[in-house]
Ligand binder design. Sequence first.
Ligand code: G6P
Length: 369
Amino acid sequence: EMLEKGGFDHFMLKEIFEQPRSIYDCMRGRIYPNEGKVQLGGVKEYVEKLKNVDRIIIVACGTSWHAGLVGEYLIEEYARIPVEVEYASEFRYRNPIISEKDIVIAISQSGETADTMAAIELAKEKGATIFGICNVVGSSIPRISHAGIYTHAGPEIGVASTKAFTAQVTALTLFAFYVAQQRGKITESQLITYLTELETIPSLVETALKSNELIKKIAEHFIDSRNCLFLGRGSGFPVALEGALKLKEISYIHAEGYPAAEMKHGPIALIDEEMPVIFIATKNSSYEKVISNIQEVKARKGVVIAIVTEGDITVKNMVDYSIEIPDTNEAFLPLIATIPLQLLSYHIAVMRGCNVDQPRNLAKSVTVE
Ligand code: G6P
């Protein structure tokens, strides 16, 4: 087993460190930065449908649902198609309004999640076109879908999803640009710029992983925390949700993710010197707003850990702990900002003596309702 873990203490850590590779594998053969082109062989047959579709519905569970939320930002921003993201378990039981005009995307690492399968069976009955974004090749969801995109992250053993999540986000990024290109919502020169930067993401993830030792030191301060709040805006919001899910799954510390601006409608009541608040505070369109949210937390003596853009002194000076990530286009932020949150949860859980690869009560694949 030690051999399988490739010298890492746990599968989860190995899989976190595999992300430069798994993200690369997901993009390989699909992007052509010099030509400003994305190719997705798996959905090519449905290109006419994609050009004319009025909305896309994404169904998924757990971490895959968080990837779906990132996908919503990307598809709406670049392809300009309205997207709804649904928990598969809710969607299947609420007589959803759906027709042959719709495209339903099911996101699933395992390709076997019972609720997600039932949701797509239902959508299929109503005539929708089904795309699967799955990791396990030949699993059930790709088989019952009309078309799809494999994420090619490789086998994921840790129950808490890490590299499968970033691969799903990568696949959704490719999809958003592919559809944008097909619908004429993006110019070739814009695509050249985006894809050239996308191609550098594996090496930026590598850079983000270099904070591992620092994150381990920060983690020491939080092993006795009972609650934790994760806040972000824009596509930083699903990153916050995923950060909170990771922490609760493996460390059993109660954690919640919130859109930063919603803090004042509830979570702010919880803030005191015992409450760690983790902010995605990178330099993007919501930077200034997030800074004022940080000030609100500091004014109430909250302990702040901020994920910041490399070289950002302003936020660093305001907070208790900061973790730098390399600067990137906002479109790719979730791929980078997720990395330190995975590491933070991992180290906190290990120091608390938890079984990070097989947390209590959780299963890698939920094949029953
Ligand atoms: C379980 C796993 C999660 C996963 C979710 C959905 O809860 O523990 O890591 O995100 O199922 O699984 P799927 O295979 O459909 O992505």
